[in-house]
Write a protein that binds this ligand. Structure first.
Ligand code: NCD
Ligand code: ZN
Length: 347
């Protein structure tokens, strides 16, 4: 029996598009299904200023496939030298929708991130005044803290004090991976939200490490124990307005993933919508998929919901997806969920 599901076109509220050859290779994988995406600024060098964001925005538009009305929503990479006036000008122009804070050293290309939070306090105050959201990579970088504890410790040590110092600051905890993250968001008011990735709804740490090391499942924050995955599933499928999709689709060419010191990132852009339909069906939550992918993120970012639609069709036979996409920079492995997926985007 075939079944159809029509949603408003989705938004990906956390995406890595990279630059140059990799940008050209991965961009169609997102524009095929998504109307908008919040584009992360962790290029080398990072997208720090309004001028940097304008230039990157133009490069993305130039790489768009013909006939798409996809809209990249730009972000700025917060450094200790970021100017509050520059951030305010970028937001007033409507180009920049958020500022991203990476603790220095937390993840891929985060060397220019924040070490001393007092240095960014004037920018945070201005953002609170103008209502511009702060997107946080919520992991501490203290080498003493175990990698599996870095998110929970971040909430206590950094996030709670930062929010107390900045009443009214609108914050998105990016790619939450723990039950502590879910609980913290649920207990907070309307100024706090969280993105959840596709892969963190699927993976626990055994998938990465048991029976052989799976470099394509290695991402940051790293997938945690099964109880955390289940907490994320419950949050994503709840329909609650403060949880929404940010795939964190993070392409790296295979040579850099299958490596003695492999890069962090799962590439999920190609298959996210079919995977989410399968996940929401399995959790008896299909009527709430649209809230997660197409309404809640737009609501938090104060954007109108998309007008167009996306239709998914369920087939009795599982659908086949490409194992890799080929880019001019090299092959990129598409995330393999490890279970049959019956859903396919049909229009
Ligand atoms: C991201 C990347 O590759 O840029 N990697 C990842 O594992 N998620 C960076 C990030 O969002 O942490
Ligand atoms: Zn990311």
């Amino acid at each position: 029996m075939t079944q159809h599901l029509t949603l408003r076109r989705p938004d990906d509220m956390h995406l890595h598009l990279r630059d140059d050859a990799l940008l050209r290779g991965v961009l169609p994988e997102t524009t095929r299904h998504f109307a908008r995406a919040l584009v992360m600024p962790n290029l080398v060098p990072p997208v720090v200023t309004f001028a940097d964001a304008q230039a990157y925005h133009a490069r993305i538009l130039a790489a768009l496939p013909d006939g798409t009305d996809f809209q990249p929503l730009m972000t700025l990479y917060l450094t200790e030298a970021t100017s509050p006036d520059d951030v305010a000008a970028a937001a007033a122009a409507g180009l920049v929708k958020a500022v991203k804070l990476y603790p220095a050293g937390a993840t891929t290309n985060s060397a220019s991130g924040v070490k001393d939070f007092t240095k960014v306090q004037p920018v945070l105050e201005r953002m609170a005044q103008i209502g511009l959201p702060l997107c946080l990579h919520g992991e501490v970088t203290d080498p003493i803290v175990d990698i599996f504890d870095r998110e929970a410790v971040f909430i206590d040590r950094i996030l709670a004090p930062l929010r107390a110092r900045n009443p009214g600051l609108r914050v998105v905890m990016e790619h939450i991976t723990t039950e502590e993250g879910v609980a913290y968001v649920r207990a907070a008011g309307p100024d706090l939200a969280a993105t959840i990735t596709t892969h963190h709804l699927i993976l626990n740490r055994n998938h990465i490490l048991a029976g052989g090391i799976r470099p394509h499942y290695y991402c940051l924050p790293i997938a945690k124990r099964e109880k955390h995955r289940l907490a994320l599933r419950a949050a994503a499928t709840s329909g609650e307005a403060h949880f929404f999709l940010g795939t964190d689709s993070a392409p790296h060419v295979d040579a850099l993933k299958e490596h003695a010191c492999g890069c962090a990132g799962c590439f999920t852009a190609t298959t996210t919508m079919p995977l989410l339909a399968q996940i929401f069906e399995d959790d008896a939550a299909l009527p709430r998929l649209e809230a997660f992918t197409s309404l809640n993120g737009a609501g938090f970012y104060r954007l109108p919901a998309n007008q167009g639609t996306l239709t998914l069709t369920r087939h009795d036979t599982p659908q086949a997806f490409p194992a890799k996409i080929l880019t001019e920079a090299g092959p990129v492995t598409v995330f393999d969920p490890g279970f049959p997926v019956h859903w396919h985007v049909t229009s």
